[in-house]
Design a protein. Structure first.
Length: 67
């Protein structure tokens, strides 16, 4: 059986973030939900997760971080 769906090994993702400084992955071809924005990172799942791990060092929403 042949499938046209990407497998986890070949799928590409975008890294997205919101105004609260939270990050997530978005599957290729999808538009971000309201309030989320593309970060400019487009890669396989592992590379996107590595970027998020390096970038999102404070898991608290921005509005709850001390000024």
């Amino acid at each position: 059986m042949t499938t046209t769906e990407p497998t986890q090994d070949t799928a590409k993702y975008h890294v997205v973030s919101n105004d609260e400084g939270q990050y997530s992955l978005l599957a290729e071809g999808s538009e971000p939900p309201a309030g989320w924005h593309f970060e400019g990172v487009y890669a396989d799942r592992e590379e996107c997760l590595a970027y998020i791990e390096r970038t999102w060092t404070d898991m608290r929403p921005r509005s709850l971080r001390p000024a």
